[in-house]
Design a protein around this ligand. Structure first.
Ligand code: NAP
Length: 258
Protein backbone atom coordinates (compact mmCIF):
# COMPACT_ATOMS: atom_id res chain seq x y z
CA UNK A 1 0.00 0.00 0.00
CA UNK A 2 1.61 3.25 -1.12
CA UNK A 3 -0.05 6.66 -0.78
CA UNK A 4 0.72 9.88 -2.64
CA UNK A 5 -0.09 12.87 -0.46
CA UNK A 6 -0.28 16.15 -2.37
CA UNK A 7 0.84 18.64 0.25
CA UNK A 8 1.67 22.23 1.04
CA UNK A 9 -0.73 22.62 4.01
CA UNK A 10 -0.68 21.98 7.76
CA UNK A 11 -3.33 19.25 7.27
CA UNK A 12 -1.03 17.44 4.85
CA UNK A 13 1.79 17.53 7.40
CA UNK A 14 -0.50 16.22 10.16
CA UNK A 15 -1.78 13.42 7.94
CA UNK A 16 1.77 12.46 6.89
CA UNK A 17 2.79 12.27 10.52
CA UNK A 18 -0.13 9.95 11.42
CA UNK A 19 0.49 7.70 8.41
CA UNK A 20 4.22 7.46 9.12
CA UNK A 21 3.45 6.56 12.75
CA UNK A 22 1.22 3.76 11.41
CA UNK A 23 3.95 2.48 9.07
CA UNK A 24 2.00 3.42 5.94
CA UNK A 25 4.25 3.97 2.93
CA UNK A 26 3.53 7.63 2.11
CA UNK A 27 5.27 10.14 -0.12
CA UNK A 28 4.36 13.81 0.20
CA UNK A 29 4.64 15.96 -2.91
CA UNK A 30 5.39 19.69 -2.66
CA UNK A 31 5.18 22.15 -5.54
CA UNK A 32 8.47 23.79 -4.57
CA UNK A 33 7.10 27.33 -4.40
CA UNK A 34 8.43 28.11 -0.90
CA UNK A 35 12.20 28.44 -0.47
CA UNK A 36 12.34 26.91 3.00
CA UNK A 37 9.19 24.80 3.37
CA UNK A 38 8.05 23.13 6.57
CA UNK A 39 8.75 19.49 5.79
CA UNK A 40 6.38 16.66 6.71
CA UNK A 41 7.36 13.32 8.25
CA UNK A 42 8.27 10.59 5.77
CA UNK A 43 9.39 10.70 2.17
CA UNK A 44 9.14 13.99 0.27
CA UNK A 45 9.40 14.82 -3.42
CA UNK A 46 9.44 18.37 -4.80
CA UNK A 47 8.28 19.87 -8.11
CA UNK A 48 5.51 19.56 -10.66
CA UNK A 49 4.63 16.31 -12.43
CA UNK A 50 4.05 17.83 -15.87
CA UNK A 51 0.26 18.14 -15.90
CA UNK A 52 -2.37 15.43 -15.50
CA UNK A 53 -0.62 13.10 -17.95
CA UNK A 54 2.68 13.48 -16.12
CA UNK A 55 0.99 12.75 -12.82
CA UNK A 56 -0.75 9.67 -14.26
CA UNK A 57 2.62 8.37 -15.52
CA UNK A 58 4.19 9.06 -12.10
CA UNK A 59 1.38 7.17 -10.30
CA UNK A 60 1.96 4.15 -12.53
CA UNK A 61 5.77 4.26 -12.24
CA UNK A 62 5.65 4.53 -8.43
CA UNK A 63 2.83 1.94 -8.14
CA UNK A 64 0.66 4.32 -6.09
CA UNK A 65 -2.48 2.72 -4.59
CA UNK A 66 -4.31 5.86 -3.50
CA UNK A 67 -3.94 9.65 -3.63
CA UNK A 68 -4.90 12.18 -0.98
CA UNK A 69 -5.02 15.72 -2.32
CA UNK A 70 -4.38 17.86 0.77
CA UNK A 71 -3.30 20.93 -1.17
CA UNK A 72 -4.49 24.45 -0.37
CA UNK A 73 -8.16 25.15 -1.23
CA UNK A 74 -7.02 27.68 -3.86
CA UNK A 75 -4.58 25.31 -5.59
CA UNK A 76 -7.19 24.45 -8.23
CA UNK A 77 -4.73 23.40 -10.94
CA UNK A 78 -3.17 20.49 -9.08
CA UNK A 79 -6.58 19.41 -7.77
CA UNK A 80 -7.96 19.25 -11.33
CA UNK A 81 -4.87 17.33 -12.45
CA UNK A 82 -5.17 14.85 -9.59
CA UNK A 83 -8.83 14.27 -10.43
CA UNK A 84 -8.09 13.65 -14.12
CA UNK A 85 -5.01 11.49 -13.49
CA UNK A 86 -6.68 9.31 -10.84
CA UNK A 87 -9.86 8.88 -12.89
CA UNK A 88 -7.80 7.81 -15.91
CA UNK A 89 -5.56 5.45 -13.93
CA UNK A 90 -8.34 4.01 -11.73
CA UNK A 91 -6.55 5.15 -8.55
CA UNK A 92 -8.80 6.14 -5.61
CA UNK A 93 -8.64 9.87 -4.79
CA UNK A 94 -9.65 11.75 -1.68
CA UNK A 95 -9.56 15.54 -1.40
CA UNK A 96 -8.76 16.64 2.15
CA UNK A 97 -10.17 20.16 2.40
CA UNK A 98 -10.69 22.05 5.63
CA UNK A 99 -14.00 23.92 5.82
CA UNK A 100 -14.10 27.56 4.78
CA UNK A 101 -14.57 30.36 7.31
CA UNK A 102 -18.05 31.43 8.43
CA UNK A 103 -19.19 34.81 9.68
CA UNK A 104 -20.08 35.45 13.30
CA UNK A 105 -21.91 38.42 14.75
CA UNK A 106 -19.98 41.64 14.23
CA UNK A 107 -18.31 40.57 10.97
CA UNK A 108 -18.67 42.74 7.87
CA UNK A 109 -17.60 40.48 5.03
CA UNK A 110 -17.97 41.10 1.33
CA UNK A 111 -17.59 37.92 -0.67
CA UNK A 112 -16.21 38.08 -4.20
CA UNK A 113 -15.48 35.35 -6.71
CA UNK A 114 -11.96 36.25 -7.84
CA UNK A 115 -8.91 38.47 -7.30
CA UNK A 116 -9.85 40.79 -10.21
CA UNK A 117 -13.22 41.23 -8.46
CA UNK A 118 -11.35 42.30 -5.29
CA UNK A 119 -9.47 44.95 -7.23
CA UNK A 120 -12.81 46.38 -8.45
CA UNK A 121 -14.43 46.12 -5.01
CA UNK A 122 -11.61 48.05 -3.34
CA UNK A 123 -12.98 51.25 -4.86
CA UNK A 124 -15.81 51.07 -2.26
CA UNK A 125 -13.47 51.17 0.75
CA UNK A 126 -10.59 53.16 2.23
CA UNK A 127 -7.16 53.40 0.70
CA UNK A 128 -5.06 51.43 3.20
CA UNK A 129 -5.36 47.72 2.44
CA UNK A 130 -4.00 44.65 4.26
CA UNK A 131 -3.66 42.19 1.38
CA UNK A 132 -3.25 38.64 2.73
CA UNK A 133 -3.51 36.59 -0.43
CA UNK A 134 0.06 35.30 -0.53
CA UNK A 135 2.62 36.53 -3.03
CA UNK A 136 1.03 35.04 -6.16
CA UNK A 137 -1.79 37.08 -7.64
CA UNK A 138 -0.44 40.50 -6.64
CA UNK A 139 -0.26 41.41 -10.33
CA UNK A 140 -4.05 41.93 -10.22
CA UNK A 141 -3.40 44.97 -8.00
CA UNK A 142 -0.43 46.39 -9.92
CA UNK A 143 -2.57 49.01 -11.68
CA UNK A 144 -3.97 50.49 -8.45
CA UNK A 145 -1.87 53.56 -7.68
CA UNK A 146 -4.22 55.32 -5.24
CA UNK A 147 -4.20 52.50 -2.67
CA UNK A 148 -1.45 51.63 -0.20
CA UNK A 149 -0.97 47.90 0.39
CA UNK A 150 0.48 45.96 3.29
CA UNK A 151 1.30 42.55 1.80
CA UNK A 152 2.23 39.55 3.93
CA UNK A 153 3.91 36.53 2.37
CA UNK A 154 6.37 33.77 3.24
CA UNK A 155 8.83 34.66 0.45
CA UNK A 156 9.35 38.03 -1.29
CA UNK A 157 6.87 38.67 -4.11
CA UNK A 158 7.92 39.12 -7.73
CA UNK A 159 6.82 42.04 -9.93
CA UNK A 160 4.49 43.33 -11.23
CA UNK A 161 3.44 44.81 -7.89
CA UNK A 162 1.32 47.77 -6.84
CA UNK A 163 3.42 50.97 -6.72
CA UNK A 164 2.60 51.77 -3.06
CA UNK A 165 3.39 48.64 -1.10
CA UNK A 166 5.07 47.41 2.08
CA UNK A 167 5.97 43.71 2.23
CA UNK A 168 6.00 41.84 5.51
CA UNK A 169 7.75 38.45 5.34
CA UNK A 170 6.11 36.14 7.85
CA UNK A 171 4.17 32.91 8.13
CA UNK A 172 1.46 31.68 10.49
CA UNK A 173 0.22 30.81 12.95
CA UNK A 174 -0.70 34.40 13.87
CA UNK A 175 -2.26 35.66 17.12
CA UNK A 176 -5.20 38.01 17.54
CA UNK A 177 -3.05 40.42 19.60
CA UNK A 178 -0.40 40.44 16.88
CA UNK A 179 -2.97 41.04 14.15
CA UNK A 180 -4.65 43.82 16.14
CA UNK A 181 -1.31 45.56 16.60
CA UNK A 182 -0.54 45.23 12.88
CA UNK A 183 -3.92 46.62 11.77
CA UNK A 184 -3.63 49.53 14.18
CA UNK A 185 0.03 50.30 13.42
CA UNK A 186 -0.63 50.53 9.69
CA UNK A 187 -4.04 52.25 10.06
CA UNK A 188 -5.65 49.62 7.84
CA UNK A 189 -9.06 50.42 6.31
CA UNK A 190 -9.89 47.05 4.78
CA UNK A 191 -8.62 43.46 5.01
CA UNK A 192 -8.45 41.23 1.92
CA UNK A 193 -8.16 37.45 2.26
CA UNK A 194 -8.88 34.23 0.43
CA UNK A 195 -11.38 31.94 2.17
CA UNK A 196 -8.57 29.57 3.14
CA UNK A 197 -10.23 28.34 6.34
CA UNK A 198 -8.36 26.81 9.27
CA UNK A 199 -6.95 28.16 12.52
CA UNK A 200 -3.44 29.16 11.42
CA UNK A 201 -4.48 32.42 9.75
CA UNK A 202 -7.94 33.09 11.24
CA UNK A 203 -6.75 35.62 13.84
CA UNK A 204 -6.83 38.46 11.29
CA UNK A 205 -10.60 37.98 10.92
CA UNK A 206 -11.11 38.24 14.68
CA UNK A 207 -8.92 41.34 14.76
CA UNK A 208 -10.87 42.93 11.88
CA UNK A 209 -14.15 42.21 13.72
CA UNK A 210 -12.77 43.79 16.91
CA UNK A 211 -11.79 46.95 15.03
CA UNK A 212 -15.06 46.89 12.96
CA UNK A 213 -13.06 46.74 9.74
CA UNK A 214 -14.60 45.41 6.53
CA UNK A 215 -13.20 42.20 5.03
CA UNK A 216 -13.19 41.28 1.35
CA UNK A 217 -13.12 37.49 1.14
CA UNK A 218 -12.39 35.62 -2.08
CA UNK A 219 -14.56 32.51 -2.54
CA UNK A 220 -12.88 29.16 -3.13
CA UNK A 221 -12.69 27.75 -6.62
CA UNK A 222 -15.11 24.83 -7.10
CA UNK A 223 -13.94 21.23 -6.70
CA UNK A 224 -14.06 18.87 -9.68
CA UNK A 225 -17.50 17.25 -9.92
CA UNK A 226 -18.10 14.00 -8.02
CA UNK A 227 -14.83 14.11 -6.10
CA UNK A 228 -14.76 12.50 -2.64
CA UNK A 229 -14.01 15.04 0.12
CA UNK A 230 -12.87 14.78 3.74
CA UNK A 231 -13.03 17.82 6.01
CA UNK A 232 -10.58 16.63 8.66
CA UNK A 233 -7.38 14.63 9.01
CA UNK A 234 -9.30 12.03 11.06
CA UNK A 235 -11.74 11.48 8.17
CA UNK A 236 -8.84 11.08 5.76
CA UNK A 237 -7.23 8.46 8.03
CA UNK A 238 -10.55 6.56 8.13
CA UNK A 239 -10.75 6.66 4.33
CA UNK A 240 -7.23 5.23 4.05
CA UNK A 241 -8.09 2.59 6.68
CA UNK A 242 -11.09 1.63 4.54
CA UNK A 243 -8.90 1.12 1.48
CA UNK A 244 -6.33 -0.79 3.51
CA UNK A 245 -9.07 -3.04 4.93
CA UNK A 246 -10.36 -3.62 1.40
CA UNK A 247 -6.90 -4.79 0.37
CA UNK A 248 -6.87 -7.32 3.24
CA UNK A 249 -4.57 -5.43 5.60
CA UNK A 250 -5.22 -5.31 9.34
CA UNK A 251 -7.23 -2.23 10.34
CA UNK A 252 -5.39 0.49 12.24
CA UNK A 253 -6.49 2.27 15.39
CA UNK A 254 -8.99 5.05 14.66
CA UNK A 255 -8.99 6.38 18.21
CA UNK A 256 -5.73 8.22 17.90
CA UNK A 257 -5.81 11.88 18.93
CA UNK A 258 -5.44 13.76 15.63
P1 NAP B 1 -1.81 25.22 -8.59
O1 NAP B 1 -2.02 26.48 -9.32
O2 NAP B 1 -2.99 24.37 -8.30
O3 NAP B 1 -0.78 24.28 -9.36
C1 NAP B 1 0.04 24.74 -10.43
C2 NAP B 1 1.02 23.64 -10.74
O4 NAP B 1 1.96 23.51 -9.68
C3 NAP B 1 0.39 22.26 -10.88
O5 NAP B 1 -0.17 22.07 -12.15
C4 NAP B 1 1.59 21.39 -10.59
O6 NAP B 1 2.48 21.37 -11.70
C5 NAP B 1 2.31 22.14 -9.50
N1 NAP B 1 1.87 21.72 -8.16
C6 NAP B 1 1.00 22.32 -7.32
N2 NAP B 1 0.92 21.69 -6.15
C7 NAP B 1 1.78 20.64 -6.23
C8 NAP B 1 2.18 19.63 -5.34
N3 NAP B 1 1.67 19.56 -4.08
N4 NAP B 1 3.10 18.71 -5.76
C9 NAP B 1 3.63 18.80 -7.02
N5 NAP B 1 3.30 19.75 -7.91
C10 NAP B 1 2.39 20.67 -7.51
O7 NAP B 1 -1.03 25.47 -7.22
P2 NAP B 1 -0.64 26.84 -6.49
O8 NAP B 1 -1.88 27.58 -6.14
O9 NAP B 1 0.44 27.50 -7.27
O10 NAP B 1 -0.05 26.24 -5.13
C11 NAP B 1 1.17 25.51 -5.16
C12 NAP B 1 1.31 24.76 -3.85
O11 NAP B 1 1.31 25.69 -2.78
C13 NAP B 1 0.16 23.79 -3.62
O12 NAP B 1 0.72 22.51 -3.39
C14 NAP B 1 -0.57 24.32 -2.39
O13 NAP B 1 -0.93 23.31 -1.48
C15 NAP B 1 0.42 25.29 -1.77
N6 NAP B 1 -0.26 26.51 -1.29
C16 NAP B 1 -1.02 27.25 -2.13
C17 NAP B 1 -1.68 28.38 -1.67
C18 NAP B 1 -2.57 29.19 -2.55
O14 NAP B 1 -3.15 30.20 -2.08
N7 NAP B 1 -2.76 28.83 -3.82
C19 NAP B 1 -1.53 28.76 -0.32
C20 NAP B 1 -0.72 27.99 0.53
C21 NAP B 1 -0.09 26.86 0.03
P3 NAP B 1 2.44 20.22 -12.80
O15 NAP B 1 1.26 20.51 -13.66
O16 NAP B 1 3.76 20.35 -13.49
O17 NAP B 1 2.30 18.91 -12.07
Amino acid sequence: MKILLLGGTSEARRLASVLVSQDVDVVTSLAGRVRDPRLPAGEVRVGGFGGADGLAAWLAAERIDAVVDATHPFAAGITANAHAACAGAGVPLLVLRRPGWATVQGDTWHRVSSLPAVAEKLEDFGLRVFLTIGRLGLAHFAGLDRHWFLVRSVDPPDPPLPPRIEVLLDRGPFTVDGELALLRRHRIDVLVSKDSGGEMTAAKLTAARTLRLPVILVDRPPLPPGVQVAGTVAEAVSWIDGITDGWGYKSRSRDRDL
